[in-house]
Design a binder for this molecule. Structure first.
Ligand SMILES: Nc1ncnc2c1ncn2[C@@H]1O[C@H](COP(=O)(O)OP(=O)(O)OP(=O)(O)O)[C@@H](O)[C@H]1O
Ligand SMILES: [Mg+2]
Length: 417
């Protein structure tokens, strides 16, 4: 029986197998062991489906077609039952997830030289905040997909616990760790006891002291930065002449949210925006919105915003080029402005991390280490927010994009041999 660990992430995915007692990640896109969770349905070559970086590059190369990113957020939202137009077909969004996971599995099997029949799938602590039924449904859908793509045995593990198992491989003494996995879609926390002597234990229930999670991640930071720094250039916050009202906000928010960008590209929104343009106090701005809708530029903007966000992790300011929208157009961003835009979210992260420590029954000072992982843990404000929950703990980090997949792989070998 061959088992793998599979981390289907909101932004990036990875898959691993055990080799000589060590988890090894499969190259899933060219040489890379990490693949962006993105699909491009190419209309110029109907029937061609492209994945990962290649999907994004083809799309940016202005091929006509449909790009989909942040697929995982669909599972925890009301979009779980939605269909989407792909060419002249309508397919369920969950089928898009299935196509992606099938591809990932095939890449892993090509590397392993064998078919997989078992998988340990990662899952966030919460797919859905505050709704257990919807949360269970999200896992059921993912489990159904895993069976459909050919896994006979499917188990789930919380992503931060998997990250803890990966971190455990590196420690030389026993520690109480607060793991914070801050990804693209969710932030997940675990307080766990780890150590060299515990690694081999078949059952870790007694070591896992608490888990919490919330649907906050880097894609939310993208939305907030987009709404703060770019959408005003497209008329958000400007007035209409006749009605003495501001421009309606809904389209701006859809456009600034990865999972809903495509929803804006329809005749109705286009017509309504044309009407609003005729009534706009600042038509030069609303004209950019109209162009964005007509030319399908929403993803281009979202990528520019994500690049700016990443730049602000190391720089104090970043000039975001938007020349594809209008010659010479830029959006100015600063770290301070970004931190202000995401401050409600970072407060929530402190709350969730602190709640995890409280639920563990330990005092904050009993936490030895904070292990930060996930791409969004690279945001300085996020690191600060989490560290408040265990102020005396030593903070460490590593394998930001791969720790979960490596831990899931270890867990797969423990569960399925
Ligand atoms: N240097 C950086 N600074 C800030 N954010 C970053 C940086 N590098 C990557 N990110 C963000 O990290 C997120 C992706 O992280 P990661 O790959 O851990 O998420 P994921 O595992 O796909 O998502 P999830 O676990 O929530 O389903 C994206 O939102 C990306 O923009
Ligand atoms: Mg992740």
């Amino acid at each position: 029986m061959t088992a793998c660990g599979l981390d289907f992430g909101t932004s990036n995915s990875a898959l691993g197998v055990m080799r000589a007692g060590t988890p090894v990640l499969a190259p899933v896109e060219g040489e890379s062991t990490l693949i962006p969770s993105a699909i491009f349905f190419d209309y110029e070559h109907m029937g061609r489906t492209i994945f990962g970086r290649h999907a994004i590059a083809t799309y940016i190369g202005e091929h006509d077609g449909r790009l989909m990113r942040a697929l995982k957020t669909i599972l925890g939202s009301s979009l779980i039952d939605e269909k989407t137009a792909v060419g002249n077909r309508r397919i369920a969004l969950t089928e898009v997830v299935e196509i992606f996971i099938r591809h990932l599995k095939a890449q892993g099997e090509a590397f392993a030289g064998t078919e997989f029949n078992s998988v340990v799938h990662g899952r966030p602590v919460r797919f859905v905040d505050g709704d257990d039924e919807a949360d269970a449904r999200a896992q059921n859908v993912l489990e159904g997909i895993a069976h459909k793509v050919g896994f006979k045995h499917v188990a789930f593990e919380y992503e931060p616990i998997a990250a803890a198992y990966h971190y455990e491989d590196t420690v030389t003494r026993e520690e109480i760790v607060l793991v914070a996995d801050i990804g693209g879609g969710t932030s997940d926390f675990t307080v766990i006891r780890i150590g060299p002597d515990r690694r081999g234990k078949p059952d870790r229930k007694d070591d896992i002291l608490a888990n919490t999670g919330i649907r906050i991640g880097g894609t939310d930071f993208d939305t907030l930065l987009n709404v703060d720094a770019v959408m005003p250039l497209l008329g958000l916050g400007t007035q209409l002449i006749s009605k003495n009202l501001p421009m309606p906000k809904a389209t701006y928010f859809e456009l600034a949210t990865w999972a809903t960008i495509n929803f804006v590209y329809n005749h109705k929104t286009e017509r309504e925006t044309r009407e609003l343009l005729a009534d706009a106090c600042e038509p030069e701005k609303v004209a950019r919105l109209y162009k964005t809708i007509r030319r399908h530029l929403g993803h281009r903007i979202a990528f520019a915003v994500e690049d700016a966000k990443i730049a602000l992790s190391t720089a104090e300011a970043h000039d975001m080029p938007l020349g594809f929208l209008e010659s010479g157009l830029h959006a100015q961003t600063t770290r301070t402005g970004f931190e202000r835009a995401i401050s409600q979210k970072t407060h929530k992260l402190t709350e969730m991390a602190a709640q995890c420590v409280t639920m563990s029954g330990l005092k904050p000072e009993q936490v030895d280490t904070i292990f930060l992982t996930g791409g969004s843990s690279l945001v300085p404000a996020v690191r600060r927010a989490v560290s408040i929950a265990a102020p005396n703990a030593h903070a460490t980090s590593g394998s930001d994009f791969l720790s979960v997949a490596l831990g899931l792989t270890r867990e797969a070998s423990r569960k399925f041999g």
